[in-house]
Every structure is written in structure tokens, then in C-alpha cells.
Design a protein around this ligand. Sequence first.
Ligand code: FUL
Ligand code: CA
Length: 684
Amino acid sequence: MYKQKNDAIQPYGPIPSLRQLQWHETEFYSFIHFSINTFTDKEWGYGDEPAQRFNPSDFDADQIVTTIKAAGMKGLILTCKHHDGFCLWPSAYTEHSVKNSPWKNGSGDVVRLISEACHKHQIKFGVYLSPWDRNHSEYGKPAYVTYFKNQLTELLTQYGDIFCLWLDGANGGDGYYGGKSEVRAVDRLTYYGWTEIFELAHELQKNLVIFSDIGPDVRWIGNEAGWAGNPCWSRYTPKGIDGNPPAPGAVLSKEGIHGHRDGEFWIPAEVDVSIRPGWFYHAFEDSAVRTAENLIEIYYESIGRGCGLNLNIPPDRRGQIHQSDIDALRKFQSILDATFSQNLAANATIKADETCEDDRNHFEVNNLVDGNAHTYWTAGPNVKHPEITLQFPEKTEFNVISLREYLPLGQRVHGWAIDIWLDEKWVKFAEGESIGNRHLWRGTLLNSHKIRLRITDAPVCPVLSEFGVHKEPVVLKAPSIHRDSDDNIVINGNGTIHYTLDGTSPGTDSPVYRSPFEYNLSGCISALVADHGQTSEITCKQIGYPKKKWTLCAASSENPESPARNVLDASENSIWASMPYLQREPQWIEINMQENLKLKGFSYIPRQGENSACGLITHFLCEVSEDHENWTTAAQGEFSNIENNPIEQMVYFDKPESARYIRFTGLKVVEGDLVIVAGLNVFV
Ligand code: FUL
Ligand code: CA
């Protein structure tokens, strides 16, 4: 790999290390979130969960690894230890591990079984080891850092080759801590001694990349929603907060979304996102698995912007990947395959306005269509704005363009444009800034016999390794479902829409949707679109109970611009914000539902569409009452990980609760002096 020698072209700016080049080639890999949380239905365990809770009924490492391999992924990263401190391997340094679980009578080792299956199926294996540990009694003290390094050493020496060490930014907070149950803050800059930890990891595994908010090898993109910025540069200068140096968990992570065109270091981004709303498996999310259509969008907005894609597929309580996830992955992979297995540009005559004269055999323009990222074309050291033309033997339909730069020589292109030959002249249809490992442009179907790529901005001569032209198969878009302000159910889609209300999968013999309809219940509504013998994927939507009759009893405080009644409407865009500074949390809202209901649970909709942690509730209390006099606590707990993943938070009560009134209290927020609620739903 990367053997092409060329003294004529000098690298530009920071360039990737060998381990980073190997990571770029891995491109698409899977996160496996699996632990005690799988059995307690939590996203963040507190650290006091007994090891006995871990008991997969039919663990199958082969099933997990072959499923992700069939979906086109080349690596796998396992949550060997999540924030709750439970270890999936029998660590010599703690009792809080699989060795004290009933699974295989304590003789099991998930890390061993998964790593062996990975090696057997040629999937690279990586480890997630949470720096924050809500179980360990010494967390926050120097002894814990030694413990962390000991565990890291176990993982990096006993399980073969490791391609990635994944370090989470969540650090410190409340936890069990060996029975103390208190809040422990750490100095994120100094506590862990990151430099030493990074050195230790690289020393034990020389090909391993270290992922964290700041790299050093791979950086976090800055969201958990599955998209990178456009442009997205592999170059990056991590910046700390308030003038401090950067550290994992203490970095201006929003800058990771784009990186920096002239960044000081080569620290490319990884997009991490889950195939389900949460990171761990919850049976109640079986109908909320992302559609293949949505996974495809994520692919274009992550890998297609030069990033790696780390797609989480959480195993269920058996210890296997659930059929719903398998179905979505299969469909997703078949669309990718139909799109990318053939490069239409390979049928065209390809011409560059110039090609480096030094060594024609090595730099020829056909290197752009040989499907090999290690061979490249360049116009020569003095040509900054070259052009490439593809001439097809006949008019060709396409809607995807794929470009790659030859990474060992750096990120050299700062601007590009693509034209199509239409009515005897060139017409521009696409342009962009960054390319890097890959840029995928995706648009509506075009048809021409000539396409031209122009490099419009480059500080030095560009060096490209691939130019692809592709056509996606036509896939019917799945419908969208929501409740409108009149409480009616609205389903939108192009074609005939079929739906069900009883949780079963709709088919073409299910009722046809014609216009908005009444639905005086809550539950799962499913729909698909049928057109010309084809059917779309199924959309399932958890719809809350009608809210039109609801009235507001009172709220602890409200900002007149964001009044409390906004919680009652159907829109997620209108919010209730309590008054800042007037009173710190807790802040509460009381609602009269105007009828007696048996509630199974509720959901909190945090503010959507804004990149701000202000007012996001992390700890809540939900009380219910039949008479507004006597209140019962229906649920109290934590919306873990809401900062990074601010989606609708579903809470199911331990038992159904009779209620006419509901009081929701935000006990604690991520940031700021106020509480924000975009909506509340109840489920019967
Ligand atoms: C986050 C964690 O807090 C989540 O639980 C999850 O592991 C995700 C990948 O990273 O920051
Ligand atoms: Ca090539």
C-alpha cells in the first residue's frame, strides 16, 4: 500500500501517520454497546448495579461479528467498560466484572469471545474503556488512574491486535463510588495525565489510533446525530475552554464539526451514532430502529465528508443483534452495493488538461478510476487548478459523485466544482471545499455524456486518487407521521399510504390513509408507501395521548417569551423556559389532563435544533395526582447522555398510575440557570 514514490510532489501541511492512514482505510466500523445497562434498561448505570444482573441468555459473538461484516463494516469497537465500571472481561483489578455474574458461571469473557470472532472474520477489533467510573471507590484519587492504566494494559496485551482505543469525554459527576454515593468532580486537564496514557497505549499497540475529543489520532465530530459539517477538514487545532489547554471532555467540541482548513495537526473526525435512539439495547426501541434510508443519509453525511463512521449496533439481552437491526442493515447494504459496486466513470474516456510529465506511468489519469486509493493522478508541481473531463460513449444517468485525495501528501484541495455538458455548454451542478479521504456529492438524477471536474482553489498542486460517478437505485421514501394541533394523525408520503394502529407491520392489504384522522389513544402507528408495485420501508412512530384538552395549572416560573403553555401544544419548536436566576432548579410544571387516565409512562422533549446544552434536564421527578391534593411519585431519575443526544426521552413507570394531573420537575440541568421543556407526552 501507498508505495507510489514521487519526489516531484512534496507533502503539504500536516500529513497522516501510518496508523491514521490505516484508520482512514477502515472507514466504516461498528460500535457495540453491551453491558449491565442492557439488562437494567439504562443508558448510564450509576455504578451500584450488582454484577449478577449481567446474564445474556444466548450470547453469540459470531452472530454479532458476521452481522456487522455483512453490512460492509471493517472494524468493531466494544464497550469493555462503560461509565458504570462493570468490566466485560475478568479484570484482575476489580470484582465488578463478568467473573461475578451468573453468565457461564462466572467463567465467561465477552472481550475474549468478541475479539476472537473479529480476528476469525477479519474484522479489526477496538476497545472502549470509560475514563469515568461510577463504581470505583478511588475515582477522583491518584489510585484510580493507576487502576485505569492497569486495565488498559490488560486490554491492550491480552486480546491480540487492537485498532482503536475509544476514550469518552464524559468525566466525573455523581455515582456510587464504592458506596459513598456522592458527586465527584475531577480536573479534566490534569487528573488522568493523558500524555502518559496516550504513550502507554501507543507503546503497547503501535498501530492503534486513539480517539477522544482532541485526538491525538482521531477526533470526535461534536454530535451524536450522525452528521459532519460541510466542509469537514482532517486538519484540526484543538482548543481548550476559557483559554485552558484542550483535554478530552474539555474542548471546544463544536469546532470539531468542521475542523480547520489550515489546522496545525492531522486529526480527522469520526462520526459516532446509534442505529437506535439510545446507545444500549432497549426492547421498547425495537420499532425505533433507523430505516435504511436514514442510514444512507448518515453515510453520505459522514463518510461522504471525509470522516470515519462508527455506527452503534447494540446487542439485545440474548447477546445477539436483534432482527429489526439486521433487516435495516441488510437493506442499507444492498442500496450501498447497488450504488457503489460499479464506477460509471470507468466506462468513460478520461482526460486531464495536464498530467505530470515526470513519470507518466505512475501519475496517469486512469489512476482515478482504477478503484485503488493508493494510485493517483497529479497535473504536476506547478498546476494548482487542473481540470478532468469524462466523456461517456453515450448519455449516462447519475446522481452521485465520489472524490478522494491521496492522503499521504496531505489535504491539498480547498475548492472544487463539477460541470455537466448540457445544450452545447458547460453548466455547473456541484461545488465544495474539502475532499480529504472522500467527498460524496449526492443530488437529483442528471443525464449527460460529459462531466468535468475543476479544482478551483488549492494552495499547491492537487493530488487525487479517485473520481467516481454513480447512480443510486430508486428507493421509495418512507412516510412521516405526526399528531397535528387538532390532535389528528397526519401521514405524509408520495404514493399510496397503508397504515396500522395495533403495532403490527403494515402491508399493501392494510387500510389506506386518505386524510388526517382522529386517534384518541397513544401507541405505535406504522405506515408504508406503495407505488408501482414497490413498497417503502416502514415508519413506526410512538404517538402520545391527545393533548388538545389539556390545561396548564401552574408553573414555577416562566419567561414571558417562552411561556409554560408551550409545553401543551403539538409543536416541538415552541418551548417553556423558566426564568433565569429568579430561582435555580428545581422548576416544575403542573398540567390538568381533564380526564382520568391510566398512565404507562411519559416523555420529555428537550429543545430541538439548537446546539446548546442550556436548560437540558438531566435529573427529573414526575408526580401524578387524581385530585390535585394527593401526589404520588410515578418516576424519578436521570436523562443520561442528554447533552450529546438530546432526543425525546421516554420513561415507562414501574406500574400503571391513575392520574388526572401530572407534575414534571426538572431537578438539574446540564448548563445554565433555567429549565427548558419543548414538550411532554403521556402514554396510556
Ligand atoms: C457518550 C457516552 O456518555 C454514551 O453513553 C455513549 O457511550 C456514547 C458513545 O458516548 O458520550
Ligand atoms: Ca486510484
